[in-house]
Design a protein around this ligand. Structure first.
Ligand code: 4AD
Ligand code: MG
Length: 457
């Protein structure tokens, strides 16, 4: 017999004669002549109650089953007389698949996030992290659905690369001596690729090449940054969604980013209501209101220079000063989204001095056609721009920034042959999950987080 998952059993419309359930025991409670087992199989937040009575041949063994053990139950699904649950299982047979000693580190009480991080291998068995990673899975699906509905093609851009798209030097270097793969003796100094390479910080440059061939494309994959900032919103390994559109400008870019965020919020509220409710109840009491705010009105759009004015005249004491030409810090992003506008904000036209070489230079020659989308509590969730499609301007900008044109010959070629206005952005997948769940630390939305000094699992 095939096992049935709990989320199916709980939505059954009729009682069922014989079912097979497999899962992990959350608790066992004994009464006179029978025991109740609360079982969870990870398919949904809810447990199902299994009634085991003393007529079971191995009833003695059943009364020794502990929290964390894996069991298989054959039995029937019957209406439950108990409060708060429609169905329960009356066991005809219970098999212990894997026992768990009393030292099982996840007990019924609530554990702290810090403690759960220290047992990341067992963390998904808790209610909160089961819900978290079901939401994460559903969000990934929704991202693909969004782009597929709009006829964007999914491109697998490389993870090993020779370029530093963002120019910020936050690269994880890979070096592998050639001789590991050869029987003859090559020169010691020779690396596998014959040059220095690194893990990608962004798939954008590759995605641009495909947008300039297939029209609308996106990448969605792992991204690596050796930022030594041990903050609550930076991870060394994270996932990024990067759409790129040909024949499109900065306004199209803002429209796409705004629709994407709203689509994802709507999709999760519709499809993961139980799991989201856990976060709205135990993690962040304002979560539903915050999510509605994202759905209910268009995002504010304003130039970076105006945002700087607002911050300067706010009367607020910030740790970091702001002025035209400074990067906004988390505290500034939060002031704008949480205190001033109380909703998501799209800032555009940033000073060119704080942005990478590929962004399109505006007519004022001071700003570039960049845009960041900031949301309350998370801050920057999307960073993007219209790309510089004019070969001469791009070359000048690269010279200005001290980049080696030869290394980017293929990128420059795309501006030589049928160059068109195009744009795109990167959306941090983990930041989206933080927004959706109200969870404040990026480590808690990643199955096995990688941050400076931390890679146990
Ligand atoms: O703003 P960023 O650096 O933009 C780019 O990399 C562009 N090449 C994207 C593009 O235009 N195709 O990064 C994009 C987003 C940020 O807004 C943030 O949400 C996320 O990626 N991000 C991180 N998320 C987690 N940990 C980190 N260390 C992150 N760095 C960036
Ligand atoms: Mg950015």
């Amino acid at each position: 017999m095939k096992r049935t998952k709990i989320h199916r059993l709980l939505t059954s419309e009729t009682a069922l004669e014989t079912i097979l359930l497999k899962g992990w025991v959350r608790t066992r409670r004994d009464a006179k002549g029978f025991s109740f087992l609360e079982v969870n199989d990870g398919s949904c937040l809810k447990n199902i109650q299994v009634l085991a009575d003393s007529s079971l041949v191995n009833y003695d063994a059943v009364t020794a089953i502990t929290t964390g053990a894996a069991i298989a139950v054959t039995g029937s699904l019957v209406a439950s007389p108990g409060k708060g649950q429609q169905w329960e299982i009356h066991a005809a047979e219970i098999e212990l698949i894997g026992s768990a000693p009393d030292s099982f580190p996840l007990q019924k009480k609530r554990h702290t996030d810090e403690y759960l991080r220290s047992i990341a291998h067992l963390r998904p068995r808790s209610n909160k992290y089961g819900a978290m990673f079901r939401i994460r899975s559903e969000l990934a699906f929704a991202v693909h659905q969004f782009f597929r509905d709009r006829e964007f093609r999914y491109i697998h851009t490389p993870i090993i690369t020779g370029s530093d798209c963002e120019g910020a030097g936050e690269l994880f270097r890979i070096t592998t001596p050639h001789q590991m793969n050869e029987t003859k003796q090559p020169k010691n100094s020779e690396d596998f690729f014959g040059r220095e390479v690194n893990l990608t910080v962004s798939g954008q440059l590759s995605a641009e090449m495909f947008a300039l061939a297939l029209g609308d494309v996106y990448t969605f994959g792992p991204t690596f940054r050796a930022e030594n900032s041990n903050t609550r919103r930076h991870a060394a390994e994270f996932w990024m969604i990067e759409p790129e559109m040909a024949f499109a400008d900065l306004n199209d870019n803002m429209d796409l980013g705004e629709s994407l965020i709203q689509y994802l919020v709507d999709h999760i509220l519709t499809n993961c209501s139980d799991d989201i409710n856990l976060f709205a109840t135990y993690v962040d009491k304002d979560l539903m209101r915050e999510l509605r705010r994202i759905l209910d009105s268009p995002f504010v759009r304003l130039p970076y220079s105006e945002a700087v004015q607002i911050l300067k005249s706010s009367g607020q004491q910030f740790e970091y000063d702001v002025d035209f030409g400074t990067d906004l810090q988390s505290e500034h992003e939060r002031y704008l989204t949480e205190t001033h506008f109380k909703q998501p904000v799209i800032l555009f036209d940033y000073p060119k001095t704080i942005k990478p070489f590929y962004m399109r230079v505006n007519d004022d020659n001071k700003t570039v056609a960049a845009m960041d989308i900031l949301v309350p509590r998370v801050g920057e969730i999307i960073g993007g721009s219209q790309r510089e499609e004019r070969l001469d301007v791009l070359e000048n900008r690269m010279d200005e920034m001290g980049l080696n044109r030869d290394a980017y010959w293929w990128y420059l070629d795309s501006r030589r042959y049928g160059s068109v206005p195009h744009c795109g952005f990167g959306m941090g997948f983990e930041r989206v999950i933080m927004m959706m769940t109200g969870v404040g630390n990026i480590r808690d939305v990643i199955p096995f987080p990688r941050t400076p000094g931390s890679i146990e699992f």
